[in-house]
Design a protein around this ligand. Structure first.
Ligand SMILES: *Cc1c(COP(=O)(O)O)cnc(C)c1O
Length: 480
């Protein structure tokens, strides 16, 4: 299996070559040359693999899916990496991603039982093990630099903690994350994890990461890398739980399901698109946004319009507060018949020039719904409160704010004949303030998080200065 760029560069690469990279050199995103096809017989076999023995089914399924895309890691090693990643010990449940039935034909798929209680663990935990494996094989080291306002940073740190050859430098806006999120990250005492609290806002943190990445000499000499959501390995890891959801909601091949996905950067639902292109019988892929409705606007109108950061709303589902959707280019590439030159002119030129492009008059736009199954909708703070209340009162299940956006939008796109699976992307404890607003009570707290706010913290507070961050990295970075 070889990988290409969405912007038409003729180069082709293997999985491990793109594993540690971000963007392709032409600015595009990596995708496989073709989607491996899974026929009904293979699906039936995978269903057995997944259902066999309570524990280990998910890891075995992950190995089946990943094997189709990775030909430069020996099978036994890949199997061991999957087994090590998806364990009951880490996820607290043998099914890893259990389905919860809310009512007939309407389910939640629990993706947030990992160490940081958000779905990003599903991919990041695998990435940690893949990075350690590949770096050891090459005899190299990597210093991961990132900016976070919450979920991504903690998922990356919990995935990379204690990993050989890897160090993490994570910037966050000083004093602006929730006390729970700060405690999650800053209580890590691992020697290879560095929390840097920047005196500024999230955009300042992101600007510093960009400045450091644009300093090519520094980047090369200090082996700077990233783990952001455009990484293909993260997306691939997410494909697995679409299959796992399907096997739990159906009893035999030929049945169809729909998925509703709380969306921001389009990484999660793009994995659903990949699963559907492989032949998973998915009817609809419902994209749920919050007030930051860049994606809903596209699927309704054909216009993709990125927002200025001043026009990005700060919402109570903050992990979906985006001004543009970093992974969206992958879907547009497929939608336009994999025309790399066209994608380059849209994303590399029109977007940079006009901040928007318009596909409404293009015959391909209609395919987004008719051929690729996409639907969309938007949810607001008031919708979140009402949905959290309703799901708790009628079903006795407490859901977080992002999942509430998914449930709200899913309800507008149900077809009585097809089960709908809403992806649960975080647990309510991470967003306690809004739960209290909706329900008048604190969310349940998993036992391992009791009292974490009181733990000692390890964090370096720093001015919003690229030079200061570079000096800190130079002093603490890993060298091969
Ligand atoms: C990151 C995140 C999302 C958005 O996922 P994308 O892949 O960016 O679309 C939704 N919910 C939660 C809780 C998240 O952490």
């Amino acid at each position: 299996m070889l990988y290409l760029s969405t912007r038409g560069d003729p180069a082709r690469k293997h999985f491990c070559e793109i594993l540690l990279e971000g963007l392709a050199p032409d600015g595009g995103l990596y995708l496989p040359e073709r989607y491996p096809q899974v026929d009904a017989a293979t699906l039936a076999r995978w269903r057995q693999v997944f259902n066999q023995g309570a524990a280990g089914g998910y890891a075995a399924l992950a190995f089946e899916v990943l094997s189709l895309y990775i030909d430069d890691i020996p099978a036994a090693d890949l199997r061991a990496l999957c087994d090590k990643t998806y364990t009951e010990a880490v996820y607290g449940t043998p099914q890893i991603v259990p389905l919860k039935k809310l009512e007939d034909g309407f389910y939640l798929e629990a993706l947030s039982n990992g160490p940081t209680l958000a779905f990003k663990d599903m991919a990041m935990q695998l990435l940690g093990n893949l990075f350690e494996y590949e770096l050891a094989r090459r005899g190299e080291a990597l210093n991961i630099l990132g900016a976070t306002s919450g979920d991504t940073g903690s998922a990356a740190e919990y995935a990379m903690r204690g990993k050989k050859g890897v160090r993490v430098f994570m910037l966050s806006p000083h004093g602006r994350m929730s006390p729970f999120q700060q405690a999650q990250m800053f209580s890590l005492m691992d020697e290879n994890i560095h929390n840097i609290a920047i005196e500024g806002v999230f955009d300042d943190c992101q600007d510093i990461v960009k400045n450091v990445s644009n300093d090519l000499a520094f980047k090369r000499s200090h082996k700077i890398g990233t783990v952001n959501s455009i990484n293909w390995a993260r997306l691939l890891a997410q494909v697995v739980y679409y299959f796992a959801g399907y096997f739990q909601a159906t009893t035999k091949e030929g049945e169809r399901v729909s998925f509703a996905v709380p969306s921001g950067n389009f990484g999660n639902v793009c994995a659903g698109h990949v699963a559907r292109q492989m032949g998973l019988p998915v009817d609809r892929l419902v994209v749920a946004t919050n007030e930051n409705d860049v994606l809903d606007e596209f699927f309704r109108t054909g216009v993709y319009r990125v927002r200025a950061s001043a026009d990005t709303h700060e919402t109570s589902s903050p992990s979906m507060d985006i001004s543009k959707a970093s992974n969206f280019e992958r879907f547009v590439f497929d939608l336009l018949g994999r025309d790399g030159a066209r994608v380059k002119s849209l994303f590399g030129e029109a977007l940079a020039r006009d901040g928007r492009f318009d596909l409404s008059a293009d015959p391909a736009f209609a395919d987004a719904a008719s051929r690729y199954g996409f639907r969309s909708g938007k949810s607001t703070h008031a919708d979140r409160l009402a949905t959290i209340r309703d799901v708790f009162q009628r079903h006795g299940v407490m859901i977080d704010t992002h999942t509430a956006d998914g449930v709200k939008v899913a309800r507008g796109h149900r077809d009585a004949a097809v089960p709908m699976i809403v992806l649960e992307t975080a647990l309510p404890i991470k967003f306690a303030e809004t739960i209290v607003e909706a329900l008048g009570r604190q969310p349940d707290r998993p036992a391992q998080f009791k009292g974490i706010e009181a733990l000692p913290k390890r964090v370096q507070v720093m001015p919003a200065s690229t030079a200061a961050v570079q000096a800190f990295i130079a002093e603490h970075c890993a060298r091969a």
